[in-house]
Design a protein around this ligand. Structure first.
Ligand SMILES: [Zn+2]
Length: 302
């Protein structure tokens, strides 16, 4: 029996390595010890084997092995600063930078600044990009408590973050849609505010994480079609429901990226999500674009 299971597992990896390369643009490997007690309690409720997450966060090599089993070639490790809602300090940037140095060909560091906790945003962006090697900036409005377009309402540091990201060709990933963590404010998750950002920063690569799930899918689809600089990350959307939420997915496949949001609440397995995605009635070209090509192009992966 064990031999059979190993064989199935082996064949799965072979199939992915040779048939389909996969980039997961949205995985959370984070310094869990920073979490506020009430956030940690919620996370443990959804992910009872929390020790597994602690082990992976301490040991990048164990995580690489985990990626092999899940069928991932590369993973973007999403980290962001959210002292008030989640407990994450700016130390997340050093954490993810160091972690990804173990395998820069497979691990993509995603870091963050909080525009309301900065003294010199330009210098801090330079530090993130040039010294820490951060490849994507994450902005989490419901956990950072501002709108993405609040640079027009006195949060000037936000404009500097976008300008610097644009200048360096670094994409900015925005959480869009709901969040269930206790102190999150869902109103900030409305992607419509990104219409301003896409217009005011026309060369900024904007990633809509979760596609406005589940309240604002239509807004997200509109923005994807309207703006050439807006991209979609399907993480957090159950793959079996993807075509219900985005029935015209094929039209935006060249701007769409696979992501899992693992181990976020309710996300059980990356591999199961890939299998479920591959079971959708989509052409092989569209599958390839979403599982690999779009992200590879955006991040200039060879
Ligand atoms: Zn996430």
């Amino acid at each position: 029996m064990q031999f059979f299971l190993d064989l199935v597992s082996f064949l799965w990896v072979i199939r992915l390595v040779y048939a389909q390369r996969v980039i997961d643009i949205h995985v959370h490997i984070q310094p869990w010890q920073m979490l506020k007690p009430e956030v940690l309690a919620l996370w443990k409720r959804y992910y009872p084997d929390f020790d597994h997450l602690l082990t992976l966060a301490k040991d990048p090599k164990a995580f690489l092995k985990f990626m092999d089993n899940e069928g991932l070639e590369r993973a973007a490790l999403v980290n962001y600063v959210s002292p008030d809602v989640m407990g994450f300090t700016s130390g997340v940037n050093e954490f993810v930078s160091k972690y990804c140095q173990v395998a820069p060909d497979r691990l993509i560091p995603v870091g963050s600044l909080h525009p309301q906790h900065l003294t010199n945003p330009e210098a801090q962006m330079t530090h993130l990009i040039e010294e820490l090697g951060i490849k994507i900036i994450k902005i989490h409005p419901p956990h950072q408590l501002f709108y993405p377009n609040d640079y027009i309402n006195q949060i000037e540091a936000l404009a500097i973050i976008y300008e610097q990201a644009q200048k360096h060709g670094i994409p900015v990933m925005f959480h869009t849609g709901t969040s269930i963590f206790p102190a999150a404010r869902v109103k900030y998750g409305d992607p419509l505010c990104l219409d301003d950002v896409a217009i005011d920063f026309p060369r900024l690569k904007i990633i809509l994480a979760h596609g406005g799930r589940p309240l604002w899918m239509n807004t997200s689809f509109f923005l994807l079609r309207r703006h050439s600089n807006v991209f979609l990350d399907i993480s957090g959307i159950p793959p079996q429901n993807l075509l219900t939420y985005f029935p015209r997915l094929e039209e935006i496949a060249h701007k769409t990226m696979f992501g899992s949001d693992w181990p976020g609440p309710g996300i059980k397995s990356i591999r199961a999500n890939i299998e479920s995605f591959l079971g959708l009635p989509l052409s092989p070209q569209v599958q390839r674009a979403i599982l690999f090509d779009t992200a590879a192009k955006l991040l200039e992966v060879p």
